[in-house]
Ligand binder design. Sequence first.
Ligand code: SF4
Length: 151
Amino acid sequence: MPKRFSNIPIIINQGWEAYSKIGSTKHPGPILVGVSGHVNNPGVFEMPTGEPILEIIYKWAGGISGDKGIKAIIPGGSSTMILRGDQLEGVRMDADSLRAAGSSVGTAGIIVMDSDTDLIQVITRIAKFYYHESCGQCTPCREGTDWMFKS
Ligand code: SF4
């Protein structure tokens, strides 16, 4: 997982046992969570794994600009599955919770989209990005985005 190198000093200095007590049991440790999009206080925040996603958006990242609702988020960078705003209650920033919700922790880069966001435009832009920039590792990204623009 990207960004995990920052955890190495904690493991070396405090030991695995202390590290394993931070955050979620099955996905322990601190995590660097980037929050971007329609939030008042975008940034990168270090926190224990397992923080509720809604708390990250409203407490850490200052809530939604203009007090709008959340249409959707992309929780782990633009190649992870989108979650609707009404799916976020109880979802936590760790591997198991996000997998159960239908997405993944990925790079822990949360993109927040307010209720006015045109999701078709967002998805089209992301697909065009991967059509051009795919590193070629995953078939849906490498082949699928090409086919999307052929049809
Ligand atoms: S092919 Fe590369 S760029 Fe595309 S989703 Fe997979 S890892 Fe990301």
